[in-house]
Design a protein around this ligand. Structure first.
Ligand code: C2E
Ligand code: MG
Ligand code: MG
Ligand code: MG
Length: 292
């Protein structure tokens, strides 16, 4: 009986793997066409600066609407794009589009005497090993009429597994230009406190998985509290990711977290909605926002 069950299970696994392999092949084919066919777009998620009640940063997030399929999340297609060697071109599109959009916003807000928030762009490990990254970023800023103070680059810790020296050299070049650097998803995966001293980060983003339980007394709260204190002691500012409830926002405020990002403040927004939010910003306070 055990043998039969095992055989059935093996067959089931094989079928599931075949289906997965077919899905993957389809995904690859479609991803190759996505750039040419203009299927990518960006949304922007504002971050609330707790001390001022203003939006000083916003994160650009990539969206892919695949014809006949619908939206496919970046968590699914970015790793595939990396494997296929497409991340360089996709990443360049993201950088140029994010800068172009923020340049447009900057001129619009300037007419009302308002500054434009800094835009944070996610950059993949593969891109940091590309010698063309720094000149590409410079030209994206220049073409959009933006200075380096308008850009922040977010990277995840997996970067340091490959070629730490080259990654570090690129990061230092970007920072020397005046672009800020953020370490993303801190507290997951390969996090190590030694990265914080080895790499020149201006900002630490605490992963959503740690923020989820912050309003409960206990270990979750203690860990976030310690990370914020450590980041501040090292001269970094802190963004909490995935803040969904007012209780979490209050807990983060009490811990002197600098900025909060999450559905509890704002979902990622299309440019038109972002523009509206920023124009209404003087009246914009955390407590007045509900979960979208
Ligand atoms: P990330 O950089 O950590 O971005 C934050 C993710 O959390 C986003 O998911 C955002 O929509 C989501 N999020 C924000 N607030 C909340 C919340 O309150 N609750 C929950 N449940 N989720 C929240 P998204 O847009 O699906 O992106 C997923 C990941 O894909 C990003 O994580 C980033 O690692 C990657 N990614 C997105 N855009 C790009 C890009 O242009 N380039 C690269 N290399 N990676 C990207
Ligand atoms: Mg990010
Ligand atoms: Mg993150
Ligand atoms: Mg993430």
């Amino acid at each position: 009986v055990a043998r039969t069950a095992g055989g059935a299970q093996a067959r089931w696994f094989t079928q599931a793997m075949q289906a997965q392999a077919q899905d993957r092949l389809q995904l690859e084919g479609r991803l190759r066409e996505a750039l040419e066919q203009n299927q990518f777009s960006l949304v922007f998620q504002p971050q609330l600066h707790l001390a001022s009640g203003k939006v000083q940063h916003m994160e650009a997030l990539l969206r892919w609407e695949c014809p006949g399929v619908g939206f496919i999340g970046p968590q699914i297609f970015i790793p595939v794009a990396e494997d296929l060697g497409l991340i360089g071109r996709i990443g360049e599109w993201v950088m140029r589009e994010a800068c172009r959009e923020v340049g447009r916003l900057k001129r619009l807000l300037a007419a009302r005497g308002q500054p434009v928030p800094r835009v944070a762009v996610n950059v993949s490990a593969h891109q940091l090993l590309d010698a063309k990254l720094v000149p590409m970023v410079q030209s994206a800023l220049a073409e959009a009429g933006l200075g380096p103070e308008s850009l922040e680059i977010e990277i995840t810790e997996s970067i340091f597994l490959n070629d730490a020296e080259r990654a570090l050299a690129t990061l230092e070049e970007l920072r020397a230009l005046g672009i800020e650097l953020a370490i993303d998803d801190f507290g997951t995966g390969y996090s190590s406190f030694s990265y914080l001293t080895q790499f020149p980060f201006d900002r630490l983003k605490i992963d959503r998985s740690l923020i989820m339980n912050i309003d409960q007394p206990g270990k979750g709260h203690a860990i976030v509290s310690a990370i914020i204190a450590l980041a501040h002691a090292l001269g970094m500012r802190v963004t909490a990711e995935g803040m969904e409830t007012p209780a979490q926002a209050h807990a983060l405020q009490a811990l002197h977290c600098d900025d909060i990002q999450g559905y509890g403040f704002s979902r990622p927004l299309r440019p038109v909605a972002l523009e509206k939010l920023l124009l209404a910003r003087p009246a914009f306070a955390a407590a007045e926002r509900s979960v979208a």
